[in-house]
Design a protein around this ligand. Structure first.
Ligand code: NAD
Length: 266
């Protein structure tokens, strides 16, 4: 079990099956790769078909992984995702709720209701649907959930009403699930990344030159907000997720762990 104390390699995920949503890019991709490196068999899921490339990278490195496309806001698709996981690997030990969207930058009174609904659907309903489908298997495995929230779930940030609300909701959903499933030895924790260098964090992949310049300005401003003076790489979040998923975190549940270079310490 992921929570057994005294295992010989408590920080490892050998023999565990880990499902990561939103694993085509950014933090989710880094989590999938880090989990595989720690010995896990990994189910890579994403809305985008590029998730296949994450699974292929794991297989190329000698690991076990496969890709299942899924919109986490779609209850039926999520049921299918968990069923595929268990059909293929026979168990599910760890769910990482990573898929998320920013929803764009708007003042609340200018934010479309549809935009609000979509952010809540992906960032809050999605983790609920995934937990709902996964929990029977996680109970059997005495497993764990790691929710990727955000420092924006802890503070109010400009132009991010739906995002802040969704991540704040995810943080308290984390605590709530920890209460209900602790007695069954399922641990549920949240990670709150600060500013991470991904597409969401201002990465370059699909941007025009003008957008790239704006993104660079934003990255520098974000770096200055964090006492460590830089944006993080996705792997720096992934390492903490692997720790929380593993037996090394055997007495941690309901915890909200910031990985933010000190951003929320100021
Ligand atoms: P990203 O945009 O690089 O990756 C997000 C992934 O989620 C993409 O592959 C996307 O296709 C997928 N996705 C989007 N909607 C989906 C849906 N409905 N169903 C399934 N997959 C979906 O972003 P990222 O920076 O890697 O973000 C990952 C998580 O980390 C998000 O929950 C985000 O809110 C959180 N986060 C990011 C930062 C940051 O600075 N980058 C900071 C704090 C929290």
């Amino acid at each position: 079990s992921t929570d057994a104390p005294g295992t010989s390699a408590p920080d490892q995920l050998t023999g565990r099956v880990v499902l990561v949503t939103g694993a085509a890019s950014g933090i989710g991709r880094a989590i999938a790769l880090a989990a595989a490196q720690a010995g896990a068999r990994v189910v890579v899921s994403d809305l985008q078909p590029e998730g296949e490339q994450t699974a292929q990278a794991i297989v190329d490195a000698g690991g076990e992984a496969f890709f299942v496309p899924c919109d986490v806001a779609d209850a039926q698709a999520v049921e299918h995702l968990v069923a595929e996981t268990v059909n293929h690997f026979g168990q599910l030990d760890v769910l990482v709720n990573n898929a998320g969207i920013s929803g764009g930058a708007q003042l609340a009174h200018q934010l479309g209701v549809d935009a609000w609904d979509r952010v809540i659907a992906v960032n809050l309903r999605g983790p609920f649907l995934c937990a709902r489908a996964a929990l029977p298997h996680l109970i059997a495995a005495r497993g764990a959930i790691v929710n990727i929230a955000s420092t924006y779930g802890l503070i109010g940030a400009p132009l991010a009403a739906a995002y802040c609300a969704s991540k704040g909701g995810l943080i308290n959903l984390t605590r709530q699930l920890a209460v209900d499933y602790g007695p069954q030895q399922v641990r549920v924790n949240a990670v709150c990344p600060g500013y991470i260098d991904t597409d969401m964090g201002g990465g370059r992949a699909r941007l025009s030159p003008a957008e790239q310049a704006a993104a660079q300005t934003r990255r520098e401003a974000n770096a200055a907000r964090q006492p460590l003076g830089r944006q993080a790489q996705a792997v720096e979040v992934a390492r903490v997720v692997v720790f929380l998923a593993s037996g090394a975190a055997s007495f941690m549940t309901g915890s909200v762990v910031t990985v933010d270079g000190g951003c929320t310490a100021t």
